[in-house]
Design a protein around this ligand. Structure first.
Ligand code: NZQ
Ligand code: ZN
Length: 377
């Protein structure tokens, strides 16, 4: 067990916390307020933010899309530079917060921000970010990740930077009440699979990480089974669990396997499928193809998470898949696109993005991806 751990994001969790943002942003700072397609105008969050920014000079950039694009965000970089802003306030889900990270890191770079996604430029500085989270799923509000799409080439790529950690994140669970069922389900599934990517590998004996992951998974199962009866506590639990699943804690010193995510990102880039839904399609089939490598952990998950008494990893995989089915998710790519050349596009794109051998112990190669896609199309 060896790791280095830092998570500097201040979390302000609870109802009516949006009004506290002025405690965390210096009053003389010029703020760029970034948000998405308008859900915050319908649920009252926009007005709460505007009230809280009363004493500031601020500018707004709206229209960050789900699966945010570089082309759109480049306009936000331009605005930030023109106005010499000092701080970015991102108000939205993972897409808006990821977009803010792209803008914040590109601000101090004279070249094309996409260079950061391609690893051609490593950012050494970023504008400070504050996040007001409106969708619980990605953990972006207190992690270093950012996933951006280049619409010109339909490539979806990610970068990580310590400079991307938001300085603070406001988590007011009331804000989640305006989400539709599709986004709530996406949040549950994304959080569940984030935890699996850091847990469903092979036996390692790190007790804190294993037990904490199992706790998160069991809690998410409980939320899934009570999704018809959501109360204040339900939303609060989802918001905190989604954060805990990807705030950099449960991965410390343990093997990880993000292959489901990397394949899923190509599917979102190519076909615009919701991030969580790409994961729900791919993960059960990836587990089937790699079950020899993951048998110990699958059986451990069966026992400790699903309370199953089985020695058959397939039964555990079916249980996971049934969870996604029970939440109404379509589990075939062909339900989302008519394209007949899915494999022909996904496999070369993965290679282009540096994923020739990936996943735990680099066991996922093109032949394995092909098998996974054959089961998923
Ligand atoms: O744009 P608006 O109008 O705000 O509507 C959004 C959007 O249409 C809506 N929404 C958000 N909060 C709402 C709301 N509607 C009603 N009430 C609210 N309170 O929900 C839609 C989806 O929002 P989005 O931000 O795209 O969803 P999510 O948080 O699931 O983010 C997905 C993005 O994050 C990336 C994904 O790849 C995808 O691009 N990820 C980021 C990660 C990270 N930074 O660590 C890790 C993840 O694995 C993931 O890859
Ligand atoms: Zn995810």
């Amino acid at each position: 067990m060896e790791f280095s751990y830092l998570n500097p994001t201040r979390i302000e969790f609870g109802q009516a916390k949006i009004s506290t943002i002025s405690s965390f942003i210096p009053k003389n700072y010029k703020v760029l307020f970034i948000y998405g397609g308008g859900s915050i105008k319908r649920n009252g969050v926009y007005q709460q933010v505007v009230n809280s920014l009363e004493e500031y000079t601020w500018y707004e950039f709206s229209g960050v899309e789900p699966n945010p694009t570089k082309e759109n965000l480049d306009n936000a970089i331009k605005l930030a530079k023109e106005k010499n802003v000092d701080y970015i306030l991102a108000v939205g889900g993972g897409s808006v917060i990821d977009g803010a990270k792209y803008v914040a890191n590109s601000y101090y770079y004279d070249g094309d921000g996409w260079d950061i996604l391609e690893g051609k430029h490593i950012s050494t500085q970023a504008l400070p970010i504050g996040a007001i989270l409106t969708l619980a799923a990605t953990g972006s509000e207190s992690n270093t990740g950012s996933v951006i799409t280049k619409s010109e080439t339909k490539e979806k790529r990610f970068f990580r930077s310590e400079h991307s950690f938001p300085k603070f994140a406001i988590l007011d669970p009331d804000v989640l009440k305006s989400l539709d069922e599709r986004q709530i389900v996406n949040g549950l599934i994304d959080s569940f699979i984030h935890t699996c990517e850091q847990y469903l590998t092979y036996k390692h004996g790190m007790l804190a990480q294993d037990n904490y992951s199992e706790g998160i998974l069991k809690a998410l199962l409980k939320l899934a089974s009570t999704i018809e009866n959501k109360d204040d506590l339900w939303y609060a639990n989802l918001m905190w669990l989604a954060n805990q699943a990807l705030n950099g804690l449960i991965c410390l010193g343990v093997p990880q396997d993000w292959a489901t995510h990397y394949i899923g990102h190509e599917l979102s880039g190519l076909y615009g499928i919701d991030h969580a839904r790409t994961l729900a399609i791919i993960q059960p089939n990836l587990l089937r193809v790699l079950k020899e490598h993951k048998t110990d952990k699958l059986l451990q998950m069966g026992k400790n998470v699903f309370n199953m008494d089985t020695q058959d990893p397939d039964e555990v995989i079916n249980k996971i898949e049934n969870l996604y089915k029970s939440l109404g998710v379509e589990l075939k790519i062909s339900k989302y696109t008519d394209d007949k050349e899915i494999k022909e596009k996904v496999i070369p794109l993965l290679k282009k993005h540096g994923f020739s051998e990936f996943g735990e112990n680099n066991i996922v190669n093109s032949a394995i991806v092909e098998k996974i896609l054959d089961k998923s199309i």
